[in-house]
Ligand binder design. Structure first.
Ligand SMILES: NC(=O)C1=CN([C@@H]2O[C@H](COP(=O)(O)OP(=O)(O)OC[C@H]3O[C@@H](n4cnc5c(N)ncnc54)[C@H](OP(=O)(O)O)[C@@H]3O)[C@@H](O)[C@H]2O)C=CC1
Ligand SMILES: O=C(O)CCCCC(=O)O
Length: 462
């Protein structure tokens, strides 16, 4: 009997759908058919690939409500956020449909008169993706759209918590004419699929979004077949609030950035580093705002913060809160859970922690939950030291009205994405990715198609 995948609603634990795992033989066979589809897909003109991507985007827009509801059902995020994710996911397809037409080569002046030198770009081949549950639509299109635009074929393993969104997006792609073999999904446990993807020679690139330990493992495994990799891994974003910051803007943007997706976002702020002279006022404004957030089922129109994806995620959050309290921290608001272990749902009240020592776990480990600690600083140098004291380097934010301080912070924060008076810097048109343990490579922007291309150099003697 084939093993089953049970997809449950994280807001109430109810079973939504049951799917069958692909056997290992079936996964290999899908990989091989996707590899075989490469020669014909890459021969389609860039304009034809772009047209097919545009048709896919149009079709997703026509089914926006259905996909949004699917995301809320299997991921738990509030429906308006899920619909926003559908728009965000489509924006990657729009962007790369256009970028498909701008894959330029160049001619190079030769060093001798009797040579002509050209450099061209070619699609890398079959790309395998492993995606997480926190943005089941956007993390898939952010990888599939540039791959298909470049002329690569694509196979994806979605997270076991949220496979339905991926499956539906792929069905829609096929319905508009993207060839079935060129865009496929597989279902099985992460380690099993990871092993097959990384060892199979036909796969030329692995693109992954997920935890840092799994990313490191995939990089190690990919070394055996010298695959290209893009790794979008964990984060531990600081927010620095300078004493001249517009506090209302800083609070508004902190709350939006922190509590979307119940804090389960790699660019979610994980530490607030606030100037000592404004810390009391800022914290009061923050706590007042956080206490207005309503936690519950994402289909309830009043709800702002949905459930935690699963028990493992909940335990990590609870341990970080308990560790902070054991070290003498104060819970300025929050401090509550609504969980049912038997049914399988886990809600965490939005929590602000103060009086916390710098060596507390939450100050160093990714939380992936609706909890944020506040620490204070005296000088900007000290704020930067605290902010950079992390193995991660994905996103950092700061709020200041002072131009010189802003330049100092943007130049000294060791992070790939910087938001200056901006808690929402993401977009299909910008390069998203991190430094240090947060990963390798960039997704989005003109940078996001390069990793799907090989460079070929032709020297002609004349
Ligand atoms: N950068 C980001 O955006 C994300 C960061 N995280 C961080 O990771 C923590 C744990 O979340 P979790 O979902 O367990 O993250 P994982 O990294 O374990 O899962 C992400 C994806 O990787 C797959 N996977 C797991 N193990 C392997 C493996 N050995 N080889 C190949 N693929 C694998 C998963 O498959 P399967 O579902 O089958 O296990 C899933 O599709 C979170 O609390 C958060 O801190 C998590 C998700 C996204
Ligand atoms: O959390 C992630 O996995 C990536 C963040 C996706 C949302 C964004 O692009 O801001």
């Amino acid at each position: 009997m084939a093993q089953l995948v049970y997809v449950n609603n994280p807001a109430n634990g109810e079973l939504i759908h049951t799917l069958q795992y692909d056997s290992e033989e079936a996964i290999v066979s899908k990989v091989e058919s996707a590899a075989a589809a490469f020669s014909s897909w890459k021969q389609r003109s860039a304009h034809e690939r772009a047209q097919l991507l545009n048709s896919w985007a149009k079709c997703i827009r026509e089914n926006r409500q259905e996909i949004g509801e699917l995301i809320t059902l299997e991921n738990g995020k509030p429906l308006p956020e899920a619909l926003g994710e559908v728009d965000y996911a489509v924006s990657y397809i729009d962007w790369y449909a256009e970028e498909a037409k701008r894959i330029y080569g160049r001619t190079v002046p030769a060093h001798v008169p009797n040579k002509r030198i050209t450099v061209t770009k070619e699609p890398i081949g079959l790309v395998a993706a492993i995606t997480p549950w926190n943005f089941p639509a956007a993390m898939m299109t952010r990888k599939a759209a540039p791959a298909l635009a470049a002329g690569c074929t694509f196979i994806v393993k979605p997270a076991e918590e949220t496979p339905l969104t991926t499956i539906r997006l792929i069905e829609l792609a096929h319905s508009v004419g993207i060839p079935e073999d060129a865009l496929q999904y597989v279902l099985n446990e992460g380690p099993i699929v990871g092993e097959i993807f990384t060892s199979h020679k036909a796969i030329r690139k692995i693109t992954f979004t997920g935890s840092t330990p799994v990313g490191k493992l995939l990089m190690e495994q990919s070394a055996q077949t010298v695959k290209h990799v893009t790794m979008e891994l964990g984060g531990h974003a600081p927010i620095i609030v300078a004493k001249d910051a517009d506090l209302n803007v800083a609070v508004e943007q902190t709350v939006t950035a922190k509590f979307r997706n119940a804090g389960q976002t790699c660019v979610s702020p994980n530490r607030l580093i606030v100037h000592e002279e404004i810390a009391e006022e800022f914290t009061k404004l923050l706590v007042d705002k956080v206490q207005t957030l309503k936690v519950g089922n994402g289909f309830d129109p009043d709800v702002n913060v949905g459930p935690i994806i699963n028990k493992k995620g909940f335990i990590k959050i609870k341990e970080q809160i308990e560790d902070a309290v054991n070290r003498g921290a104060t819970l300025a608001c929050g401090n509550g859970y609504d969980i049912d272990d038997e049914k399988g749902y886990y809600f965490v009240l939005p929590t602000v922690i103060t009086d916390i020592p710098l060596d507390a776990k939450i100050m160093h480990e990714e939380t992936f939950g609706p909890v944020i600690p506040v620490v204070t600083f005296t000088t900007l140098e000290e704020a930067v030291t605290i902010a950079n004291d992390s193995p991660y380097g994905l996103a950092a934010y700061f709020f200041t009205e002072n131009y010189k301080d802003g330049l100092y912070l943007s130049e000294n924060l060791q992070y790939g994405i910087i938001g200056w008076n901006d808690g929402a810097p993401s977009g299909a048109h910008i390069p998203f990715g991190g430094m240090k343990d947060s990963g390798v490579g960039r997704e989005g922007g003109s940078e996001g198609i390069e990793p799907y291309l090989e460079t070929k150099y032709l020297s002609v003697g004349v």
